[in-house]
Design a protein around this ligand. Structure first.
Ligand code: KG4
Ligand code: ZN
Length: 368
């Protein structure tokens, strides 16, 4: 957990010089998993973006512990709001609307953000927008590359989600084409890292180990790509078979008393994940006649995934949009960005009764 000045005032200097004055100023609050995120967005311009992560508190458990995450949000939310105000040079009184992640995510964690955002909106007498976390991930890209071409196919890959989406209107019309039927891609990185004796979260460690390995050394399976599987699961993913294949391969080596070539296993595993993720995303673009692919979520930090997506998109005549890594992981900026899109389109705010909905479907972009 990052240290934050608890005594600093919530009312820093007001600076209205950044971002066109006419566009509403949106405060975004994110608390669906292990990152407490608060940010200010005016139009499509990011003005301040602060994230406090509790990832270190979960490391020894090998995954996010919901109760630990909820308590960390409680402790970090107000200091994070204070720091975001300072970074943006705005006071809470400057805000025109509040946006908050309504779901999906961990119920207790979501509740902290939702209750806080309701209190802010009510006390400031400003509209409140409850937004879908998955759509917000896609919307983060607007802050780096401007308005999203519509339609866009979006591939979302993180520790909690793996979804292929057709985005017809980022504020109101998002369709799920497919998702993982078992583990999320990031979860697979984390589990395979554990098998290889690498720390949590595993993605960056696998990537580092893979740099010295041969990606074609071991032909690990590509989940749901056989002709039969494609009939039912053309745009779905599966990573648990891949994880099991890695475990078996490593165990057989160990049982035979042979050393485990960690770099080759990591590189071959990374290759299998990047291959199946990009293959299905491009297939979705072609099937729906979409010329733009956007990739987001923490796994997007993976350089092999980025390079393979770039290569394959170029070959297929598809333009690829990938936001900077900081905007790919969970943050308040993406939530403020999606709230801003809703305000720009004149959508009605959510009710102050909006729920923390742990299983909010992506087809519901805004909470009622
Ligand atoms: O989006 P994120 O920060 O949090 C959520 O899960 O919502 O994603 C975290 C996931 C973890 O599973 C982590 O292992 C993975 O993203 N990750 C990576 C890399 N950096 C983070 N996976 C592969 N390669 C990376 N460089
Ligand atoms: Zn996320």
């Amino acid at each position: 957990m990052s240290a934050t000045p608890r005594s600093s005032p919530l009312v820093p200097r007001s600076d209205t010089s950044r971002g066109p004055r006419t566009e509403p100023l949106i405060l975004g609050v994110e608390s669906s998993c292990d990152e407490t995120g608060v940010a200010f967005v005016r139009g499509n311009t990011l003005l301040g973006d602060v994230v406090a992560s509790s990832v270190e508190q979960h490391a020894r458990f090998g995954g996010v512990v919901p109760e630990v995450a909820s308590r960390a949000h409680l402790e970090e939310l107000i200091p994070t709001i204070t720091r975001a105000c300072q970074e943006a040079g705005h006071r809470l009184a400057d805000i025109d609307a509040v946006a908050v992640t309504s779901g999906p995510g961990l119920a207790g964690a979501l509740m902290v953000g939702v209750a806080s955002a309701k209190a802010l909106a009510w006390s400031l007498d400003k509209p409140l927008y409850g937004v879908n976390h998955l759509a917000a991930h896609v919307c983060a890209d607007v802050l780096d590359h401007g308005p999203l071409p519509e339609p866009t196919v979006a591939l979302l890959v993180s520790g909690g989600h793996t979804n292929l989406l057709l985005v017809r209107d980022i504020a109101s019309d998002v369709v799920e084409l497919g998702s993982t039927i078992d583990d999320a891609a990031g979860e697979a990185f984390d589990k395979v890292a554990r098998v290889l004796g690498l720390p949590y979260p595993g993605g960056p460690h696998i990537e580092r180990a893979a740099a010295d390995g041969d990606a074609s050394a071991i032909p690990f399976p590509r989940g749901l790509t056989s002709r039969k599987d494609l009939e039912r699961h053309r745009f779905d993913y599966s990573f648990s078979g891949l994880k099991t294949a890695v475990v078996r391969w490593v165990q057989e080596r160990e049982a035979a008393g042979e050393p485990v070539p960690v770099a080759d296993v990591a590189a071959s595993f990374n290759e299998a994940v990047a291959d199946v993720l990009t293959r299905k995303a491009i297939d979705a673009c072609e099937e729906y006649g979409v010329h733009d692919l956007q990739i987001g979520g923490g796994v997007t930090a993976n350089s092999r995934l980025r390079a393979m997506a770039q290569e394959r998109c170029a070959a297929a005549g598809i333009s690829l949009r990938v936001p900077r890594v900081r905007l790919c992981t969970d943050n308040g900026a993406m939530v403020a960005a999606l709230g801003s899109q809703m305000v720009q389109r004149g959508l009605a705010p959510s009710s102050l009764d909006l729920p923390a909905d742990s299983s909010m479907p992506v087809s519901q972009v805004k909470a009622e």
